[in-house]
Design a protein around this ligand. Structure first.
Ligand code: C5P
Length: 399
């Protein structure tokens, strides 16, 4: 994955126990193609050393404003001038205070002051420090100054207490940084998605389902959120965490999914049916576990509601997007599905290319024709689909 390919980032690390997690963040940012310049405060360097970051980023890491290695002794300007963003993780209470007051009393603070790029900070501190009126004031001031706050999360803290102030996990900070750079083509839009498989009970313990992992739907939820949309995700049973900021509704069966969608569809502008919904369910599921008796067993199935078709047939439907996972004849089936279900866009993929895996290869079908995408990680495919939806909404779907 190279979501941050070519992005030049200054990674600021301040003094807090979460500094050890900044090393993992550096690794993820570099692994994703970013050019990372680490800058530590002197207290950060008590927790982790610049050498750690030098090894992980493959570049010099900075700490001392008087460091004689600086080519022209202008690092406080040079490092942030050429940056696409400064990301400070962890950002201590003290650092937020210094930032809010425009201090330039160490290299990192000076870089933040002498910048014209975005600044994202991931606060990390004891819950009482975070809840203190002084920190509240500083955080509000920073937001008013255009700084993006990432978190903090709530939970168990290194000091043994529980509450708000935990730094977001490195993966979440990585995802927020990647999302920050995405064009906001769905700003102000409300997106409703279905994802994952459904599970249709046969008896108390068994049921009909399929190998959909939910990854494509969750990637689309993330891509839509990053494009500025308010996202609601109705998910079948999957082992995935919802992206931060996405409202998640868990369901099991197709009928539950149908009910959850119908309840919310009037409040959305865009509906994306990604779920691999079971077309049929056992007609008479047993309350108890079915006992074997060695004889042949017939199971009567009854059709499930077609959620997407029903949404697209509403009097005032949202913009509808469907998926077509086919084992053969993809092009003909996908285009036929688009017309029959009255969809703006169909994402077609061959089952062997996508269902359950990390990557996907798809073809988008819309009014303008076909647009092949991939093979690529599902998040990249998702971002391209969102870009296409943005173009359709803007009325310039051609090209
Ligand atoms: O007709 P087919 O099931 O192949 O269409 C697939 C598309 O329709 C997917 O977008 C899927 O999420 C949606 N669908 C649905 N409800 C069903 C079956 C499919 O929303 N019962």
């Amino acid at each position: 994955m190279a979501e941050l390919k070519g992005r030049r980032l200054v990674l600021g690390v301040t003094g807090g126990i979460a500094a050890y997690k900044a090393a993992e963040l550096a690794r993820r940012l570099v692994g994703d193609g970013a050019e990372v310049h680490a800058v530590l405060t002197s207290s950060a360097a008590r927790f982790v050393t610049p050498v750690t970051f030098q090894a992980l980023t493959g570049r010099l890491a900075w700490c001392d404003p008087w460091d004689a290695r600086m080519p022209d002794n202008m690092a406080h300007i040079e490092l942030s001038r050429a940056a696409d963003a400064i990301v400070v993780a962890p950002a201590s209470a003290d650092f937020l205070a210094r930032l809010a007051h425009g201090r330039a009393d160490d290299l990192l603070a000076a870089l933040c002051l002498a910048r014209d790029c975005p600044l994202l900070v991931a606060p990390a501190m004891n819950r009482q420090m975070w809840q203190n009126p002084a920190t509240r004031r500083n955080a509000e001031q920073l937001v008013a100054d255009g700084v993006t706050l990432l978190g903090p999360a709530e939970g168990e803290q290194a000091c043994g207490e529980t509450g708000p102030g935990r730094m977001l996990e490195p993966q979440d900070i990585h995802d927020a940084v990647a999302g920050f750079f995405q064009p906001k083509v769905l700003a102000g839009r409300r997106v409703l998605l279905t994802a994952g498989p459904t599970f249709e009970a046969l008896d108390a313990v068994r049921g009909l389902t399929n190998p959909s992992s939910g990854r494509m739907g969750f990637a689309l939820a993330r891509a839509a959120r990053d494009a500025g949309a308010r996202v609601t995700l109705v998910s079948g049973p999957v082992a995935l965490a919802a992206p931060a900021g996405v409202a998640r509704i868990d369901v099991v069966s197709a009928r539950e999914m149908h009910a959850a969608v119908m309840q919310r569809v009037a409040q959305c502008d865009i509906f994306i049916g990604v779920a691999a919904v079971a077309d049929y369910r056992p007609a008479a599921p047993l309350a108890d576990k079915l006992k074997k008796d060695g004889r042949e067993l017939q199971i009567a199935l009854t059709p499930n509601p077609d959620i997407l078709a029903e949404v697209a047939a509403l009097a005032r439907p949202p913009l509808c997007i469907g998926f077509a996972a086919e084992s053969r004849g993809l092009e003909a089936y996908a285009e036929e599905k688009r017309r029959r279900k009255n969809l703006a866009l169909v994402v077609g993929n061959l089952v062997r290319d996508g269902l359950g895996g990390e990557n996907n290869t798809v073809i988008l079908f819309d009014e303008q024709g076909r647009h092949p995408l991939g093979p690529a990680p599902k998040i990249e495919i998702a971002r391209a689909i969102v870009a296409r939806i943005g173009a359709l909404l803007a009325g310039n779907g051609e090209g």
